[in-house]
Design a protein around this ligand. Sequence first.
Ligand code: MN
Length: 240
Amino acid sequence: MPFTYFIADIHLSEDRPDITQCLMTFLENEAPQADALYVLGDLFEVWIGDDNKTPFNDAIAAAFKQVSKTTPVFFIHGNRDFAIRQEWATQAGMTLLPEQAVIDLYGTPTLISHGDELCTKDIAYQKFRKKSRSWWWPRLMLALPLSYRRKVAENGRKQSKLNQQGLKPEIMDVTPEEVVKAMEHFNVQRMIHGHTHRPAIHALKANGKPATRIVLGDWYDQGSVLKISETEFTLQQRDF
Ligand code: MN
């Protein structure tokens, strides 16, 4: 039966070859069998600009490009890789989608997004989100010399290691009313998102009818994949 894959919150970084290996194996062996592959944000732990050409970033792009020869690949920005632009997307064979998009999944209109826009109780984060998605801030950041952006990213990486000692970041969950609002705005009964690292299938009500919200898992300890066909959907794991 034809099916589609969704992944999010892979948080790729050169520090975590186990994550990279798991994704590469998935892209090579499994993704080509799908009708489409959707990457719903935070593919990378950090993205400092398409001009940051590294062997690592090139290898990831090449792996997605290979998939795209048989299976269309779509990408929605996350809060960590919001600075990915058309240049890298083209290199990776990905189609960039707006931050919220409605797609037809075997006859079911489905709203997809990274999910950070639903976490409205996190005031500090929403402030950052507004700035990071503005027209001016990314331009300002990306206009800084690459060497400087690399240094800032490296310092940030060291700092987060010190602060968290390898712990997962604690992210606030979605605001339930925001979910209903979004589903009613787009008039859909199904939504798929990531970001919260709380993989689950939630039943709720929207538009006065039963609705489903599917939350994708992260890739910190295992690969997390959503497989959807016309008749079923399952959240699956891939071991490192
Ligand atoms: Mn996120």
